[in-house]
Design a protein around this ligand. Sequence first.
Ligand code: HEM
Length: 412
Amino acid sequence: MARAAVENLGSIFVKPAAYADPFEWHAKARRIREESPILKVDVEKYPEFWAVTKHADIMEIERNPEIFTNAPVPTLTPKANMRDMIDAPVKTLIQMDGDEHKAHRNIVNDWFKPGNVRNLQERIDELARRYVDVMADLGGYCDFANDVAVHFPLQVILAILGLPEDDYPRMLKLTQELFGAEDPDIARKGRDEAAVAVLLDLVAYFTNLTLDRRAHPTGDLASVIANAELGGEALPDMDTLGHYVIIATAGHDTTSSVIAGGLLALLENRPQLELLQANPALVHSAVDELIRFVSPVKHFMRTCQQPFTLRGITFQPGELVLLSYASGNRDDEIFADPFHLDVQRENAAGHLAFGFGRHFCLGAHLARLEIRALFTELFGRLEYIELAGEPTWTHANFVQGPKSIPISYRLR
Ligand code: HEM
């Protein structure tokens, strides 16, 4: 078969289904890195953009947030939906730049600092134990993605917000629908109606939460958000909503994808799995390698504000630039043998899965703590494990990971 010209490979950054075949996706991304590392992509129904695929180039762009802004569209969006996204009444941190971003990030920043996140250790360990107990109760066979990985991070994030366990099923459905809107198995029927219904559910839920925490502050993260002030004034309702939405959604599918994708990567690299089983203390340093390997946030988008030259290409004002974290994290100029999972990789923490610079993931410490807690508990109790069927992957081009991972196992 004739080899496709590299110019025709750009649709891998756009088509949700392309990410559902990670092996093929990474083979194509590698060719792009080698032959045309900043690639012009023009796919029907989407705005034209530059895909940036090298680790060093992604960092260079993130180092210049005045030139490459998150506003107006921080993720790849079909042309038909761009206006709605720009006019959306609820803005979150990822749509903000400059002083506005700084002021809003400061509201929640302290909550996510390592010192504070460490206070959550006990609760997170307890939840990790609970989910490994769930595996034990399932009697040696489960779908690890759906039975374990999806639930644990949502329990953690909602515990931090201070929400009751009764609300978990509703939040689970909402966050999955927001991120999995392109996946035929997840999306509600009727695209526009679906998006509106998901959003309305969220608005109603969080409006009640704000009213409650303003009347009865409890000291949880929801109380910090509900009672926050900017310039001496209470935060407008839509800004309050933006904070809930980003925290509830950004902390969920991302972490669950690393937990599910991380276990799958280990099952497909058994010597690495055996290393962790023999020495669960290694989980600590393995976490960043698992995050690098899975890279669940496939991209973020920036808009160029003034001419800027990189690798001989001059971006012009108004042009869109897609930062392919998934590609940068397999760049062999940074990571030796990048397609190999190496739980003892020394520079694994240099990955870009949490981004870089001003928008660096607010929940990075928390995510590491969660992943570490679950795998420490699991590998401490696991006697035997193997894949019991074909894994499947969600169809999505923003946050993406395994959809199902059938496993059989024996636990202590
Ligand atoms: C393994 C899990 C996670 C991954 C891979 C991940 C990845 C990312 C990435 C790539 C960004 C954008 C960075 C940039 O633009 O340079 C980001 C931003 C963000 N993440 Fe995470 N994330 C994870 C977990 C979490 C968790 C647990 C939370 C907390 C609840 C969280 C909250 C946020 C927030 C609030 C932002 C926006 C920060 C800003 O724009 O200033 N994330 N994350």
